[in-house]
Design a protein around this ligand. Structure first.
Ligand code: ADP
Ligand code: MG
Length: 461
């Protein structure tokens, strides 16, 4: 780089030099033309010495045969000079010419500064500038300026060395800057990588510091919110597993006690024995329903769960469900009224919606005191079917409402269990409604009753 810059500067200086020398020599040639025509050697010598001092070189005047007439160094008088630059004026008829030669007069002629770096001998080069002396449109001689190029070369070499130093300094500074800068950039990156590795090892509590430039900050923030989410998912999963095992263990423990009693008291009377067996049978039913509900939930957790949609009537589904719940309604002497304002024909997964309606109506019948009232309303609002299941039961205390759709969440554990509930019903309902792209809300007032409101897109055309 330093070299090529030096070369460029060298070329420029060289061209400048050629230009000024040529202009000077040409004007000198015009001035001395009359003197040469008259062969006034003395006047010529004076003129040349004055001009030579100005131009900083050796000046000669040659006649039309290339013989030196006047030499400011008085060495070559009368000698024939046959430099190519002289020939080009005398033979080829050029007005002026310029060339650079080695000092000893042999070797290649160079017209530009490119020789600069090729050879240390460059200090020994000399520049020749010639111009024709014209008298009455006749070339009667040549003015020859020979000037050393050492000074210019020396300056260029110095320039090159200085540039080399500057370039090296700049390069060193740039490298240091790059190292420092890349360290600043990569530091948060390294921290992030470490955190990701920790996370891969199962530590979801890792967070990174939010710092650095815009992009880095955003990345750190995204990472933190991702790890937060994963952490809470992980906690929820652990919670679920521990809840599930607890729920499964309870009936197993009860069964074990009863079975042990049966084993160790072989003389137990028949009535008690049957009672024990009935209890065991009920516990088995509970286990089985917990496992069924768990399986339902787990299946819905799989991302690409498919709805098998069909044309169906929500009104018919509600009527069917009331029919299914008939024995229970009768047993608890509840009044269930349906107020169906629209058939709500829709394109949905019938079996899954059946589960939704069944769970909500069953809860209403189950948790409302005997002789209660349950109202099921179906309306069409825009492109949605709106189902409301309302009861005048005990209601759900406000502090429980936010958790009502959580898995295994029960307001009154003992009562729910006694009623054969698993605490998974509303979680399943919630999932199913979400799957259909719908929404579910609960409104409840303690002592007055509860309403579950489900909005489901009809999904028609
Ligand atoms: N209509 C309702 N009235 C009062 N409490 C209700 C009603 N529906 C649900 N709950 C409460 O919400 C809890 C969760 O319901 P759910 O998920 O269906 O579980 P469960 O298997 O106990 O029925 C119930 O245990 C009950 O305490
Ligand atoms: Mg239930």
């Amino acid at each position: 780089m330093a070299n090529s810059l030096t070369n460029m500067v060298g070329d420029y200086l060289f061209e400048q030099r050629i230009h000024t020398d040529t202009v000077n020599v040409e004007s000198l040639a015009v001035r001395i033309a009359p003197l040469l025509a008259q062969s006034d050697t003395e006047a010529l010598y004076e003129e040349l010495t004055a001009a030579g001092g100005e131009m900083g070189g050796r000046l000669m005047v040659l006649d039309r045969y290339g013989k030196v007439q006047v030499d400011t160094y008085s060495e070559l008088n009368g000698v024939r000079v046959d430099y190519p630059e002289v020939a080009s004026v005398l033979v080829r008829g050029d007005l002026a010419d310029y060339g650079v030669h080695p000092l000893d007069g042999v070797g290649e002629i160079l017209k530009t500064g490119n020789f600069l770096l090729s050879d240390a001998d460059a200090f020994n080069w000399v520049g020749y500038c010639t111009a024709g002396v014209i008298d009455h449109s006749d070339v009667i001689g040549v003015v020859l300026l020979s000037s050393p190029v050492q000074t210019m070369m020396a300056n260029l070499y110095e320039l090159r060395d200085q540039m080399l130093v500057i370039f090296i300094a700049v390069a060193v500074i740039a490298i240091i800057f790059c190292l420092v800068f890349s360290n600043i950039i990569t530091k948060p990156m390294t921290a992030l990588t470490k955190s990701i590795q920790n996370m891969a090892r199962g530590d979801f509590s890792v967070r990174v510091k939010v710092r650095g430039s815009g992009e880095m900050r955003r990345m750190a923030r995204t990472f933190n919110s991702m790890s937060e989410k994963i952490e809470s998912l992980d906690q929820a999963r652990n919670q679920f597993v521990s809840n599930a095992s607890h729920e499964l263990k309870t009936p197993l423990a009860t069964m074990k006690i009863m079975i042990e009693s049966l084993i160790y008291q072989p003389e137990m009377e028949v009535g008690l024995r049957t009672e024990f067996m009935t209890d065991i049978n009920r516990e088995i039913d509970r286990l089985s329903s917990i496992v069924t509900d768990l399986l339902t939930l787990v299946r819905m957790d799989v991302r690409d769960v498919k709805l098998s949609r069909e044309n169906m009537s929500m009104a018919a589904l509600i009527k069917d469900t009331k029919h299914l719940l008939g024995p229970m309604i009768k047993k608890r002497s509840q009044t269930v009224t349906l107020s169906i304002q629209d058939d709500c024909d829709m394109y949905a997964d019938r079996t899954k919606l059946q589960q939704v309606v069944y769970n909500l109506m069953e809860n209403a019948v189950k948790y409302t005191q005997e002789g209660g009232e349950v109202n099921v309303t179906l309306q069409r609002v825009g492109r949605d079917a709106v189902l409301t299941v309302k009861d005048n039961g005990p209601g759900i205390p406000a502090e429980h409402l936010p958790h009502i759709f959580d898995r295994f969440y029960r307001v009154d554990k003992a009562r729910s269990r006694e009623a054969g509930g698993t605490g998974l019903g509303l979680a399943i309902v919630h999932q199913l409604v979400m799957l259909h792209g719908g929404e579910i809300h609960v409104e409840s007032e303690e002592g007055k009753g509860t309403s579950f409101i489900v909005e489901l897109p009809l999904h028609l055309g």
